[in-house]
Write a new protein. Structure first.
Length: 312
């Protein structure tokens, strides 16, 4: 057998490098989503539709905002996504407009009713819906894998976790141990100990009046809240109006002592989204506890002007 000359060996080496690089770029990506479904993509997606604000924020925080070609109506951060096609909400997603965007993948919450129809049209859908801090860490990992940025996702989680610890460390002793009721929506629905909000409160040293066994976001009997007599109430501006006048609520310590923290819409967006801005959520809750420990908490002076939202 004739030995290869220098040029032949160089050509073979170049071909090997090209094949290696090509196989590395085109390696399939397989993810098991929160439905237990296995989704396989031939490569890192270049066109993404996001139908959940926390997932939109995660994609952008991982540096791939330019790949997002369409979002749900509630995705509003960062500001750049507000220029993208808005495709509706949980119940009224525009299928035709979404398909026209030709996404490589659609990321959505498990509760999105459009998933079956999209998959029936041949679209790949990854359904992820974090409710606890462990869920957020897991979803960050899955999104990192989807985007080919697993190391970045780990660093992002470590940064978020570290900032929450910093917020806890800034609280004075008087702000620790306060009993808290966090209302996430009218009903009333509260943030339980098992929710990511409840877990942040626990890390800040607060005592949640809603036990873990009631679930992350249970609907509560108003009498339960009155009997629990929280020292602090946290609530969005949409649901704050008339809260002190609810039957029996005038006897609650938080109401009597005016220790009600009312979140303006931009703050509510941060607080209800289990994603990369959880460190900001912890800072907001810490501010509330600090102010409540000192006395009455001032309500926002600007009128509520945000569209209906909810847990996103």
């Amino acid at each position: 057998m004739k030995s290869m000359g220098p040029l032949s060996r160089a050509a073979l080496s170049l071909a090997t490098l090209v094949l290696t690089a090509t196989s590395a770029v085109a390696a399939p990506i397989t993810i098991q989503d929160d439905r237990g479904h296995t989704v396989t993509l031939p490569d890192v997606p270049r066109r993404i539709v996001s139908l959940l604000p926390s997932l939109t924020e995660t994609i952008c925080e991982l540096g791939d905002c330019a790949k997002v070609v369409g979002v749900d109506r509630f995705s509003n951060f960062p500001a750049s996504v507000q220029k993208l096609p808005r495709l509706g909400g949980l119940d009224d997603t525009s299928i035709e407009a979404l398909v026209a965007l030709k996404p490589d993948v659609v990321v959505a919450g498990v509760s999105a009713r459009v998933i079956d129809r999209l998959e029936g049209l041949g679209l790949r859908v990854v359904a992820l819906e974090p409710k606890s801090m462990n869920d957020v860490q897991r979803v960050l990992g899955k999104m990192g894998r989807l985007l080919g940025k697993e190391d970045d996702a780990r660093r992002l989680w470590n940064r978020v976790d570290g900032h929450i610890a910093q917020s806890a460390a800034t609280l004075p002793p008087a702000a620790r141990g306060l009993s808290v009721y966090y209302e996430v929506d009218a009903g009333p629905y509260g943030a339980g100990t098992a929710s990511f909000m409840g877990e942040i409160l626990a890390r800040l040293g607060a005592r949640n009046i809603i036990p873990a066994e009631l679930g992350p976001f249970p609907k509560l009997n108003p009498e339960f809240i009155v009997r629990a007599d929280p020292q602090v109430i946290m609530v969005g501006q949409r649901n704050a109006a008339g809260l002190p006048q609810r039957p029996g609520w005038s006897a609650i310590r938080a109401v009597k002592q005016q220790r009600i923290c009312v979140w303006v819409p931009a703050e509510s967006d941060v607080l209800v989204r289990p994603g990369p801005r959880m460190s900001e959520a912890a800072a907001l809750m810490a501010r509330c506890l600090r102010e409540a420990a000192q006395g009455p908490v001032a309500w926002p002076t600007t009128p509520f002007n945000a569209p209906p939202g909810g847990m996103r």
